[in-house]
Design a protein around this ligand. Structure first.
Ligand SMILES: [Zn+2]
Length: 69
């Protein structure tokens, strides 16, 4: 944790995301949102879960694709 720059307590490491302090909304979105991979550039995109089929625009390469959540 210290190596990652976490100085406050508590700190949570959820996947690759570091959350410092007990930020309940941020933690629940990290835990419950769906992560999809862009089929073109393989960027990881975070989407809300349980929203049916979503049209997604990749924030890295701008590719558009549909995915079900
Ligand atoms: Zn992409």
């Amino acid at each position: 944790m210290a190596r990652l720059g976490a100085q406050g307590v508590p700190a949570f490491l959820v996947g690759a995301e570091l959350v410092i302090g007990f930020d309940k909304n941020r933690l629940s979105s990290l835990l419950f949102d769906r992560v999809v991979e862009c089929p073109k550039c393989r960027a990881k995109l975070r989407l809300p879960s349980e929203k049916g089929t979503l049209r997604v625009t990749c924030s890295r390469c701008g590719d558009r694709f549909e995915t079900s959540t």
